[in-house]
Write a protein that binds this ligand. Structure first.
Ligand code: IMP
Ligand code: MG
Length: 180
């Protein structure tokens, strides 16, 4: 089983679902009366988006941008490629970027710059995970953080290693022998 490849589970399905519900309640409160668009960063953010959008009760839209940086490695290349732009008009709207993990900050920096071109009213970030790092390549303000985690490589709940493990319901640390 896929889950047997984990050294240990960092966040259980219950931990994640509870936190998603809490974040959705904060978003409901903060964005009431605003023109909210959740913009998911593909592909890692997609599972988080699909749970979050269904827990948010205020009217909103969602769209997707594609960004890739990692490749088949467990450390960020720092080189971010935009693979897909948003499809809907964002002029004057309130954008909330939905990201799986804030690691080096490279992806969020590039995606934020891309979105500014669409002249939205506001752009904020919601990241499920925040990696504790001593030095980060790019500091990006993150309005909503699900969990702060140590600087370890994790998989599950949208996060992959080599495109695998995205479908795990929990988040955990891979056994070393899997990626060495
Ligand atoms: P950053 O650009 O370095 O902040 O990295 C952002 C992207 O790298 C995330 O959207 C993930 O797709 C990927 N990433 C960063 N850390 C991890 C990890 O621990 N596991 C899996 N993917 C990760
Ligand atoms: Mg990835």
């Amino acid at each position: 089983m896929l889950i047997d490849d984990l050294e240990y589970i960092l966040l259980s399905e219950q931990d994640i679902q509870k936190r998603v519900t809490e974040i959705a309640a904060e978003i409901d409160r903060d964005y009431t009366g605003k023109d909210l668009v959740l913009v998911c960063i593909l592909k890692g953010g997609i599972i988080f988006l699909s749970d979050l959008t269904r827990q948010i009760t205020i009217p909103h839209a969602f769209d997707m941008v594609g960004a890739e940086s990692y490749g088949a490695s467990t450390t960020s290349s720092g080189h971010v490629i935009i693979t897909k732009d948003v499809q809907m008009p964002l002029v004057g709207r309130d954008i909330l970027l939905i990201e799986d993990i804030y690691d080096t900050g490279s992806t969020l920096k590039v995606v934020r710059e891309l979105l500014q071109v669409h002249t939205p009213r506001s752009v904020e970030v919601c990241a499920l995970l925040w990696k504790e790092k001593k030095d980060r390549t790019h500091q990006v303000p993150v309005k909503y953080v699900g969990f702060k985690i140590p600087d370890v490589f994790v998989v599950g709940y949208g996060l992959d290693f080599n495109e695998k493990y995205r479908n795990l319901r929990s988040i955990g640390v891979l056994k070393k022998e899997i990626y060495i």
